[in-house]
Design a protein. Structure first.
Length: 211
């Protein structure tokens, strides 16, 4: 078992599953940041700012850091960039329907902000992963049926790639994990910047001591 604990500041089941499939069993602490109150100049900056706010909100309410185990807090947020306009969670069936119609047959960019905080040292790392997503041509019947499932209402851009919406994604250019909401290669680089070897986060294997 690794000697580093990762706290995920997100309620997203998909992010938690992505980490668990990569050998990391995170602790889940929802940030409760009000995303609707945050404004930024670009979708990419919005994703970064929301990730930072979520990570810092959770880190601030955790108990004082002990020498061991080392505790990292990860905040993430995804925003779909459609010609410079950011699509977050639609929230309602009406908005989800409108957005899916706009996405039909088009290519957009999914930005996911990642903000990592080392509770022991106070060091922080912020980065954004961006992946191009091309959507299939969707007819109104498919859109109505998909919206009726409820799946697209609470996910960035009104679609998922790891659920019912996967059939509507024609092509992905970049890290496919990022479309789920968390880029594993990017997170590995970020932990390295904080001086933590990636295998130290594994909880389903014996990674050795590492640096």
């Amino acid at each position: 078992m690794g000697d580093v604990v990762l706290v995920l500041a997100s309620a997203s089941p998909a992010r938690a599953v992505t980490l668990r499939n990569a050998g990391i069993d995170p602790l889940i602490e929802v940030s409760h940041v009000d995303e609707s109150m945050v404004r930024e100049s670009t979708p990419e900056r919005l994703a970064a700012t929301l990730a930072r706010l979520k990570a810092r909100a959770v880190a601030a309410r955790l108990p004082a850091a002990a020498p061991a185990p080392r505790v990292l807090v990860l905040g993430c947020d995804s925003v779909l960039d459609v010609d410079g306009v950011g699509f977050g969670k639609p929230g309602t069936a009406q908005v989800a329907t409108q957005r899916l119609r706009e996405l039909s047959g088009r290519t957009a960019v999914l930005h996911t902000g990642h903000h990592l905080i080392d509770r022991g040292t106070g060091a922080e790392s912020l980065a954004v992963a961006s992946t191009r997503v091309t959507f299939a041509d969707l007819d109104d019947g498919e859109i109505a049926a998909y919206v009726a499932t409820g799946e697209p209402l609470q996910v960035a851009g009104a679609f998922t790639i790891d659920g019912l919406g996967g059939a509507f994604v024609e092509r992905v250019e970049g890290d496919p994990h990022n479309v789920v909401g968390l880029s594993l290669p990017l997170l590995r680089r970020m932990t390295g910047e904080l001086g933590i070897a990636w295998p130290r986060l594994w909880t389903t294997a014996d990674p050795g001591s590492g640096p």
